[in-house]
Design a protein around this ligand. Structure first.
Ligand code: NAD
Length: 449
């Protein structure tokens, strides 16, 4: 099939490359010309495991352009994958999506053949209907079909998540659902050669395909993210209680997770969720509920717990050091999670701001995210790519992102390098054997002194 993907961010680029990999003829289009130049040179502008290798394997089946209009006109299926960031009041900003849609409509205006426009961006219920209305206002409804195909990939494992999804959701008319089933056919049947770096998981024979109405697809995406955020906020509430009563949240998470009705995933207590999706999607769902006349109380609590949770570390640090004023604090990790360079809604930013506000001298390290972080960090925060240097003479270290380099550094080395061996682990991730070398504080496993 001829497919054009509008937006070459984490979702659009991964989708475009994977669709080309499984045999489609793909154009990836973006208004960001420097991104397109980089991609044309064979460089992948984001840090995502396996993506450069996948791109190299696609050969002539993929090309990149900043001419979004022409790219839309050349395709049977146009996928919209532009950003929908949160606005101040929590509602998602749909300006990029509507601008992209106008460009697509311009591109297909003169085209006789029908076009399926598939929205992959995370959007409020009813957005698909608005896209359909935009086509109708141009008098081309009969040649345009709108579908919703929400994306569930995780940054850091975007390629395997796309090649081996846990489900594919197709929202729209039966014809649109059938077209999406055909588009994703090789993934549904798993009849493509897996790339060497991402072998097919054992036991995966086919992928569930949910053919649903447009609105259910749109709302289902928010429901999935809100549910996962709820698990995180729940275990963090338990952790805060554990800190007060002297229980161990890791043991409790193990007990909870072994119940198949609950599941093990997303029960790691820590500093709460961040990133480009959970914060904005929980706020957006809350806003959607509010504007629909429904007070989603559970979600209000999930959001509030998460807002508070990142400051739990600051409190632990203050207690352990007596005061933060004049103390040298090393921040280990800036990105919102490991294996990505994404700094959107990274808890590290709020933690660093709070530490600086109390007079701490902050020095931050990240193996991948420094370039993106520098634009966002306050000028007073120091940064370095050298981990030894970051830890030298530190009064305390705070593990914010569990990059392997921090987990493999060794408790003894931390102790030798730092002035005082105070280690606050925001992810409860440091290996148990290393903790005994340090004055170690996790989340929900040792009462605040
Ligand atoms: P991103 O910010 O990484 O990429 C968006 C891209 O769209 C940018 O390259 C931007 O230049 C481009 N763009 C903006 N307006 C454009 C226009 N009018 N025409 C062409 N290109 C345009 O965003 P992302 O993280 O890939 O997210 C895209 C959507 O997918 C969002 O709605 C997000 O909520 C959703 N989503 C993201 C993830 C994730 O892990 N990042 C996972 C699931 C769903």
């Amino acid at each position: 099939m001829k497919v054009t993907v509008i937006g070459t961010g984490y979702v659009g680029l991964t989708t475009g490359i994977c669709l080309a990999y499984i045999g489609h003829e793909v154009i990836c289009a973006d208004t960001n010309e420097s991104k397109i130049r980089q991609l044309r040179d064979g460089d992948v502008p984001i840090y995502e495991f396996g993506l450069p290798e996948m791109l190299a394997a696609c050969g002539e089946r993929i090309r990149f352009t900043a001419e979004c209009r022409e790219a839309a006109g050349a395709a049977d299926i146009v996928i919209l994958a532009v950003g929908t960031p949160a606005k101040a009041e929590g509602a998602p900003e749909l300006a990029y999506l509507y601008a992209a849609m106008e460009t697509v409509l311009d591109g297909i205006a003169e085209k006789a053949a029908p076009t399926l426009i598939v929205n992959k961006s995370t959007v409020p219920v009813g957005t698909g209907d608005k896209l359909a209305a935009m086509a109708a206002s141009r008098g081309i409804s009969e040649r345009v079909e709108i579908a919703s195909n929400p994306e569930f990939l995780r940054q850091g494992s975007a390629v395997p998540d796309t090649l081996y999804p846990e489900r594919i959701v197709a929202g729209g008319s039966p014809a649109a659902q059938a077209a999406l089933r055909a588009l994703y056919g090789p993934l549904l049947r798993q009849d493509f050669s897996p790339p060497a770096f991402a072998p097919r998981p054992t036991g995966l024979a086919s992928v569930p395909f949910y053919a649903v109405d447009l609105k259910s697809a749109e709302l289902g995406k928010y429901a999935a993210n809100a549910f996962l955020a709820m698990k995180i906020s729940f275990i963090n509430e338990m952790a805060n209680l554990c800190d007060r009563v002297g229980a161990d949240v890791s043991a409790i998470a193990g007990m909870l997770g072994s119940d198949s009705r609950i599941g093990k995933a997303f029960l790691q207590a820590g500093i709460g969720y961040g990133g480009s999706c959970f914060p904005k999607d929980t706020k957006a769902l809350h806003h959607i509920a509010g504007t629909s006349g429904y007070d989603f109380k559970l979600l209000s609590a999930v959001i509030e717990v998460n807002r508070f949770q990142k400051y739990v570390l600051v409190g632990k640090l203050r207690s352990a050091l007596g005061t933060l004023a004049g103390r040298r604090v090393t921040i280990l990790g800036l990105t919102f999670k490991p294996e990505t360079d994404d700094m959107r809604e990274a808890p590290s930013l709020s933690i660093i701001e709070a530490l600086l506000a109390e007079g701490a001298n902050v020095i931050a390290h990240d193996p991948v995210g420094l370039r993106a972080a520098k634009a966002l960090l306050p000028a007073e925060a120091g940064t370095t790519l050298n981990l030894d240097e970051a830890l030298q003479d530190a009064d305390a270290a705070v593990l914010v992102t569990e990059w392997p380099v921090y987990l493999n550094y060794g408790g003894r080395t931390y102790r030798e390098r730092m002035k005082r061996p105070i280690f606050v682990d925001g992810r409860n991730a440091l290996p148990a054997a290393d903790r005994s070398w340090l004055d170690y504080y996790g989340v929900g496993m040792r009462a605040v002194p």
